[in-house]
Ligand binder design. Structure first.
Ligand code: PPS
Length: 487
């Protein structure tokens, strides 16, 4: 027997059965219009979706209302209301760790004169390229809040707009409360240092939030209502070691639109088997109007790295600092032989009585810049790669950094005001927008080089000349890499 076609008869009151099928019917109209069952299912589905959506919207509205009630409560009770403050902190913290963008106070915030107990470390850097540990907050010492601190926080809070208050509360909880002896006692030394209360590392969530809060709003404001998150780099400094990469990284990270990975990640040359998620985890937190930059100066020497970077982001911008290769080689050689009275030129090799430069050595091959760059040009266009002369970076950092700003497509912000020449160090140092003290590169950068015998110098310059010429032809310009008296 042929089964009855299943449909809805709008003027039939009964639930009818036909063959082995069961069909629902509705009584609404007299017309007897037939509505297929899938239409009814779709309508029910849409109704369900709208209901859930509406309920979520109500919940979200309530959450925001309760946040502002907390803020009002705080203002009403004034500075003595520790309880109200803690409530707000908790609410802010809970809301903060959600992925969604919350109505968060980032639009008009500026730093109070004294930003709580947050410290970024001061004076000269450690050699960040070799030491990967982050700076710690407050000297790592647990201190109970003093009356002065409380007064300072309250004064800062009183002095702020509603939006800024939320941020300060959050900072208070993040940096001041965790520094209390109780919180520190609860932390066990077996745990990852990064989980330690008060741990504060450039580039992490807290750092990015704090730094954003310290800029003058005319200089930088994160997009309203946005929270920072980790992103794959849009720019990578792929080379070259001992050419001034740290200087370039530190200089450009003064720019509020740039956030940099704290240490060299070496993902594409060394850590690739850890996977992309791990790589993402190494990236600093950023807002969407910032560029994430990573520097691992040996990438350039790994052809596979070019392919993998391309697979990650074919629009990535690549920065490469090069330098007179003899000077760069001597930088590396001098660091290895620092303090030694006797050293041999290990980058030379003698075969059958003839001495030549050993191009099999990493420190020698590194200076054959165009040999490495060629691999990257298989994947990236010339316009995606900015090659800078590290010598020019030493002499005139401002011009070089402004070139980088244009290359990265970020607004011009860095000026001569951000640099000063330090006579003692013999190099330019930085005056970041957000720091209270100027900052020079670490003691490992800019050290005197060991002397070089004239014949060896000639050998080296002759060796590198053809590679240099290749690079100059490609760039369409020359760098001042003629033999120098001191290298
Ligand atoms: N402003 C400023 N201050 C200090 N040092 C500066 C600066 N600008 C460039 N340089 C030069 O940077 C050289 C070190 O290069 P890198 O940072 O690429 O080296 S590393 O491979 O990351 O270790 C380093 O080489 P050495 O002089 O041999 O130490 C410096 O010449």
């Amino acid at each position: 027997m042929k089964a009855k076609k299943c449909s809805i008869v709008l003027d039939d009151l009964s639930r009818s059965t036909g063959g082995n099928k069961r069909c629902w019917t509705l009584q609404s109209f007299r017309s007897g219009v037939r509505v297929p069952r899938w239409v009814l299912s779709a309508a029910l589905g849409a109704l369900l979706f709208l209901t859930v959506y509406h309920l979520r919207a109500i919940r979200e509205r309530d959450r925001k209302v309760s946040m502002s009630a907390h803020t009002r409560d705080l203002s009403a009770k004034g500075r003595d209301s520790v309880e109200a403050r803690l409530d707000l902190l908790k609410a802010a913290a809970e809301n903060n760790h959600q992925d969604e963008a919350v109505e968060y106070p980032v639009k008009h915030m500026t730093a109070p004169d004294k930003p709580l107990t947050i410290s970024h470390g001061s004076g000269e850097d450690k050699d960040e390229d070799e030491n990967d540990e982050g700076d710690l907050v407050s000297d790592q010492k647990a201190t109970k809040l003093t009356d002065d601190q409380i007064r300072m926080i309250d004064a800062a809070i009183d002095d702020m707009s509603e939006n800024k208050k939320n941020l300060m509360h959050w900072l208070f909880e993040k940096y001041v409360l965790p520094g209390s002896p109780d919180a520190l006692q609860a932390w066990s030394p077996d745990r990852d240092i990064k989980e330690r209360p008060g741990y504060f590392r450039p580039g992490n969530w807290d750092w990015t939030m704090t730094k954003a809060g310290e800029y003058d709003p005319n200089l930088y404001s994160p997009p309203f209502g946005e929270l920072p998150r980790q992103r794959f780099p849009q720019a990578i400094m792929i080379g070259s070691g001992h050419c001034g990469t740290r200087a370039l990284l530190d200089f450009i990270q003064m720019h509020p639109h740039v956030v940099v990975a704290h240490s060299e990640v070496h993902f594409f040359d060394d850590q690739f088997n850890r996977g992309m998620e791990w790589y993402l985890g190494q990236m600093p937190y950023s807002f969407s109007n910032q560029i994430t930059l990573e520097k691992s100066p040996s990438y350039v020497m790994y052809p596979n790295a070019a392919r993998e970077v391309y697979a990650m982001n074919r629009d990535v911008r690549l920065l490469m600092v090069v330098k007179d290769p003899v000077v760069s080689l001597m930088s590396s050689f001098s660091r290895r032989n620092a303090g030694k009275k006797n050293y041999s030129y290990s980058f030379l090799t003698t075969v059958n009585g003839t001495t030549s430069v050993n191009s099999d050595l990493y420190i020698v091959a590194r200076g054959m810049f165009f040999v490495h760059l060629k691999h990257w040009l298989r994947f990236f266009s010339k316009s995606q790669i900015l090659v800078l002369d590290g010598g020019a970076l030493v002499k005139d950092p401002i011009t070089q950094i402004q070139t980088v700003e244009r290359f990265l497509g970020i607004p011009p912000k860095l000026t001569s005001r951000n640099f000063f020449f330090n006579q003692t160090k013999g190099f330019y140092c930085m005056v970041p927008f957000t720091m209270r003290a100027p900052k020079c590169l670490g003691v490992n950068k800019g050290r005197p080089h060991v002397p070089l015998d004239p014949e060896v110098k000639t050998l080296l310059y002759n060796f590198y000349k053809p590679y240099n010429e290749q690079l100059f032809r490609f760039l369409g310009k020359r760098f001042d890499w003629e033999p120098k008296d001191t290298v």
